[in-house]
Design a protein around this ligand. Structure first.
Ligand code: PEP
Ligand code: MG
Length: 759
C-alpha cells in the first residue's frame, strides 16, 4: 500500500465507521459492522476486536475467525500476542505469528491457517482498553502505512467504546497496578502538616471529546491557526530578553523552534486530519506515534528532545482545544491537594486558599519560594516525589502526611480513619501552641528571646495576634509584585504598607525592599540589557535590580516613607554584598525623605536601616558596615546556598547539605562575634530558624532574635522555654571547637537527654 492509498483507506474506513457510529444500532451490532469495514478496507482476511472485561481481554467481534469464539476466547493482560499488545500499550507487526515467543494458540478461533499478524492497542487515557488486530494467510509484515491506518481506526474505536460504555473504567484502572488500589509514596517533607483532599493536576490533562471530523476543511483550518499561534508564542519567547543570546536557554528554544516549524510534524498531523480525524485527535495520534518511537530509542539526549516535542504537542493541543488554563483558572471544587512537577510562587497564589489543602511536587526544595509561600499559607507540601504523576490520577483521594514525608493515594477506609485520628491529635497540638500566644518566650535561665514572624501579604497579618509573635521580622514586599499582573503603582504599595503597619499596631515591622529575581520571576519586569541569566540566584536580583532601576526603589521608598508617617520605619535591603550598596540604597531613601520634607509632608518619626546578610562577602566587612546599621538579619536560605555553592531550588541538592553543619554554624558564630560591641540587632530570618533543632543551635551560638514562619512561632516559643541558654551555649562552643562527626545527631541526643522535643 502506498502512503496515499493508506490515507485513503483510512479515510474510507472512517467515513463508513462514521455512519455506523451515527446509527441507532446496538453496540455489539456496531462492533460486528466495524470488523467487517476494517477487514475490507485493509484488505485483510481477519479483523478482530478484543475488549477489556473483568480484567481480561475478551474477543468481542471478528471477521474471519470462528464466530463461536466470540465472548469465549479470553486472554489475560500479558498473555498471548493480544495480551502483550495491551500490556505494553504497543503494536506488534509479525510475518509469522507463531514464531513470536508470546504466541498462545487458541484452537476455538480456527486461526491456524493465518500466518501474518498485526495488532494495535485501543487506548484511553494512556491505557489499553482493548486490542484491534488483523491477520493474513500470507506470511508478510504489514507495511507501516497500514499500521498507521490501523492505529487511526483504533482511536476512533476508543471513542465508540467510551460512548457505548463497553469497557468498565475500574477495569482500566486495574490494568496498571500503580494506578489502582492504595499506594504510598515517600518524598521530602517541605512544609509539615497533614491534609486530606482530592488530587487536582495543576496542568490538567486535555480531554478529546470528538475523534471523527464532521468537516475536514474546518479541522484543517483550526490546526493551521493553532500552528500559527504556537509558532508566534515560541518566537515571542525566543525574542524575550530573558532568553537572550547564547547559553542553554537559547539552545533549548532553538530546538523548540525547530520542532515548531518542522514540516514533517505538521504534515503528519495534516495527513491524520485528511484521513478523517479532528484536529485534536490528529495531534494526539501523531503524538502517540512519537511516544511509541521514543520507547524504542535508548538515547537520553534524544529522549530529552522528544520530551520537548511532547511539550509542544501539548501546547498545540491546548491551543486547538481552547483548554488553556491551569487548574487555578477553573476554580477548585472541594478540599484539594495540588499535583505538579513544580510551581512558581505566583502560580500557587492563584489558587483559592480556602480549598487548597496541600501540595505534592515532583521537584521542590525547602527554601524554594513556592515552598516559603505555602509555609506562610499553612499548606503542607511534600516534594521530590519522583513517580508522582504516574501514580496519582486526577480525582484520587489523598492523605498527605507532611510530618512523616509521605502521601497515601486511594486509601482504604481504615487508612483514612487512622489518618483522621492523627489529624485530630495534630490539631490538638496546634491548639496547645496557640495557647502559648500570650506567653513570653523566656529561656529557663531568664533570657527573653525575640520571636517574630515572616510575612508578605496583607492576609498574613492576622497571624501576628494569633501567634503572639513579637513583630514582623521580615516582610517580603516582593510578594505584592508577584501576585500582580503589572508593576504595583505607588499608591497601591503605600496602601499595603499602611495596612500592614496598622495591623501590627505597636509591634515592629521590618520591610524588606523588593527582592526580585532568582526564583521570583516577574513577567512584566524584564532585563533591560538583554543579558542571559545562566545563574539567576547569583544574578541580576534583589538590591542589584533595585539600584540599577532606581525608579523602582524610589517609588518603593516613597511608598514606605509615606505609609510610616508618624511612626518608626524599619527598612532592610536584601543581598547586600558590599557596604557601598547599602549606602546607595540608604541614600535613595534619604533623598526621598528630603524631598517629602521639602513638600512639608509628615515623615516617619525614625528610620532604622538594616541589611540582610545573605552574601558571604558581607561577613568579611562587618566592622565596616556595622556602624551604619541599626540591625542585621541573616537570610540563611540564600546564605547557605552561597556558602555551599548549592542552588537552593535544585531538587537534587535539596537534601545534600545540612544547616546543622560545622561550616554554617561556625560561620554564623563568627558573624555573631563580629557584631559584639556594636549596637546592632542580630536576627536570623531564614527558614532554618523555624525548625526546633536548628533554632536550638542558633540559641546556642548567641542568636536571640528569630523571625520565622507563623506556624513555627508556637513550637519555637515552647522550645525556648525548655532551654537553659548557658547550657546549650557551652555545648555548642564545645562542638564548634571540636566538631562531632555529625552535629545533628549530637544535638538530637543532647535535646533528648533533657526531654526537649525536637520534632
Ligand atoms: C533568605 O534568603 O534567607 C531570606 C530570608 O530571603 P528569601 O528567602 O526571601 O530569599
Ligand atoms: Mg534571600
Amino acid at each position: 500500500m502506498t502512503v496515499t492509498s493508506a490515507v485513503s483507506a483510512a479515510r474510507t474506513i472512517l467515513t463508513r465507521l462514521h455512519d455506523v457510529m451515527a446509527s441507532r444500532s446496538h453496540a455489539q451490532a456496531k462492533l460486528n459492522q466495524v470488523v467487517e469495514i476494517i477487514g475490507e478496507g485493509l484488505d485483510s482476511e481477519v479483523c478482530s476486536i478484543y475488549l477489556l472485561r473483568e480484567g481480561m481481554l475478551e474477543l468481542f467481534a471478528t471477521k474471519g475467525l470462528a464466530q463461536e469464539a466470540v465472548h469465549v476466547t479470553r486472554m489475560a493482560i500479558g498473555e498471548g500476542l493480544v495480551g502483550t499488545i495491551a500490556g505494553n500499550v504497543e503494536m506488534l507487526n509479525l510475518a509469522e505469528a507463531t514464531a513470536h515467543p508470546d504466541f498462545s494458540y487458541r484452537p476455538e478461533t480456527g486461526e491456524d491457517k493465518f500466518h501474518s499478524f498485526a495488532g494495535v492497542p485501543i487506548v484511553r487515557r494512556e491505557r489499553s482498553v482493548g486490542v484491534l488486530c488483523v491477520q493474513h494467510v500470507d506470511p508478510r509484515r504489514y507495511e507501516e502505512v497500514e499500521i498507521e491506518a490501523l492505529q487511526t481506526v483504533a482511536m476512533v474505536l476508543a471513542e465508540l467504546i467510551a460512548n457505548a460504555e463497553l469497557v468498565d473504567e475500574e477495569d482500566v484502572a486495574s490494568l496498571s497496578p500503580q494506578l489502582s488500589g492504595p499506594q504510598r509514596l515517600t518524598g521530602l517533607s517541605l512544609v509539615k502538616g497533614l491534609a486530606v483532599g482530592t488530587a487536582v493536576f495543576h496542568q490538567p490533562r486535555i480531554t478529546i471529546e470528538h475523534v471523527m471530523a464532521e468537516d475536514r476543511d474546518a479541522e484543517l483550518q483550526r490546526v493551521y491557526l493553532a500552528f500559527d499561534k504556537m509558532r508566534e508564542q515560541i518566537d515571542r519567547m525566543a525574542s524575550q530578553a530573558e532568553f537572550g543570546v547564547g547559553g542553554e536557554h537559547e539552545e533549548v528554544l532553538e530546538t523548540y523552534r525547530m520542532f515548531a516549524y518542522d514540516e514533517g510534524w505538521s504534515r503528519r498531523i495534516i495527513e491524520a486530519i485528511d484521513s478523517g480525524l479532528t484536529a485534536e485527535a490528529a495531534i494526539e495520534r501523531v503524538q502517540q506515534r512519537t511516544r511509541m518511537r521514543m520507547r524504542q530509542i535508548d538515547d537520553p539526549l534524544l529522549a530529552d528532545r522528544m520530551h520537548d516535542l511532547e511539550d509542544l504537542s501539548n501546547r498545540l493541543l491546548r491551543i486547538v482545544s481552547g483548554q488553556m488554563g491551569t487548574a487555578a483558572s477553573m476554580g477548585l471544587r472541594g478540599d484539594t491537594i495540588l499535583v505538579a512537577r513544580n510551581l512558581g510562587p505566583a502560580e500557587l497564589l492563584e489558587y483559592d486558599k480556602r480549598r487548597l489543602k496541600g501540595v505534592l511536587l515532583e521537584e521542590g526544595s525547602l527554601t524554594a519560594h513556592v515552598v516559603i509561600v505555602a509555609r506562610a499559607m499553612g499548606i503542607p507540601v511534600l516534594g521530590r516525589l519522583r513517580s508522582l504523576r504516574g501514580t496519582v490520577r486526577d480525582g484520587d483521594q489523598l492523605l498527605l502526611d507532611g510530618d512523616q514525608g509521605n502521601v497515601t493515594v486511594r486509601p482504604l477506609p481504615a487508612m483514612a480513619e487512622a489518618f483522621e485520628a492523627r489529624f485530630a491529635k495534630s490539631k490538638e497540638r496546634q491548639a496547645a501552641y496557640a495557647a502559648l500566644r500570650d506567653v513570653e518566650p523566656f529561656t529557663r535561665d531568664g533570657t527573653r528571646i525575640t520571636v517574630m514572624m515572616n510575612a508578605g501579604l496583607r492576609d498574613d497579618m492576622p497571624n501576628l495576634s494569633l501567634t503572639g509573635a513579637d513583630g514582623v521580622g521580615l516582610f517580603r514586599t516582593e510578594f505584592q509584585f508577584l501576585v500582580s499582573a503589572t508593576l504595583p503603582a505607588r499608591e497601591r504599595q503605600t496602601r499595603l504598607y499602611r495596612d500592614v503597619l496598622d495591623a501590627a499596631g505597636d509591634k515592629p515591622v521590618v520591610f524588606r525592599t523588593v527582592d526580585i529575581g532568582g526564583d521570583k520571576v516577574l513577567p512584566y519586569l524584564r532585563h533591560n540589557d538583554g543579558e542571559t541569566e545562566e545563574n539567576p540566584a547569583m544574578g541580576w536580583r534583589a538590591l542589584r535590580v533595585a539600584l540599577e532601576r532606581d525608579g523602582l526603589l524610589k517609588v518603593q521608598a516613597r511608598a514606605l516613607l509615606e505609609a510610616a508617617a508618624g511612626r518608626t520605619l524599619n527598612v532592610m535591603f536584601p543581598m547586600v554584598s558590599e557596604p557601598w550598596e547599602f549606602d546607595a540604597a540608604r541614600e535613595v531613601f534619604e533623598s526621598q525623605r528630603r524631598f517629602l520634607k521639602g513638600q512639608k509632608k509628615l515623615l516617619p518619626e525614625a528610620i532604622r536601616y538594616g541589611a540582610m546578610l545573605e552574601v558571604p562577602a558581607l561577613a568579611e566587612q562587618l566592622d565596616l558596615i556595622a556602624p551604619r546599621l541599626s540591625f542585621l538579619s541573616i537570610g540563611t536560605n540564600d546564605l547557605t546556598q552561597f556558602l555551599f555553592a548549592a542552588d537552593r531550588s535544585h531538587p537534587k541538592l535539596a537534601e545534600r547539605y545540612d544547616w546543622l553543619s560545622t561550616a554554617i554554624m561556625r560561620f554564623l558564630k563568627r558573624v555573631q562575634l563580629g557584631l559584639a560591641g556594636h549596637n546592632v540587632d542580630l536576627t536570623v530570618c531564614g527558614e532554618m530558624g523555624g525548625r526546633r533543632l536548628e533554632a536550638l543551635a542558633l540559641l546556642g551560638i548567641g542568636i536571640h532574635r528569630l523571625s520565622i514562619t507563623p506556624a513555627s512561632v508556637g513550637p519555637i516559643k515552647e522550645l525556648v522555654r525548655k532551654v537553659d541558654l548557658a547550657e546549650i551555649s557551652a555545648a555548642m562552643n564545645g562542638w564548634l571547637s571540636a566538631p562531632p562527626p555529625n552535629l545533628r545527631e549530637a544535638l538530637t541526643a543532647w535535646a533528648q537527654a533533657r526531654g526537649i522535643d525536637i520534632e
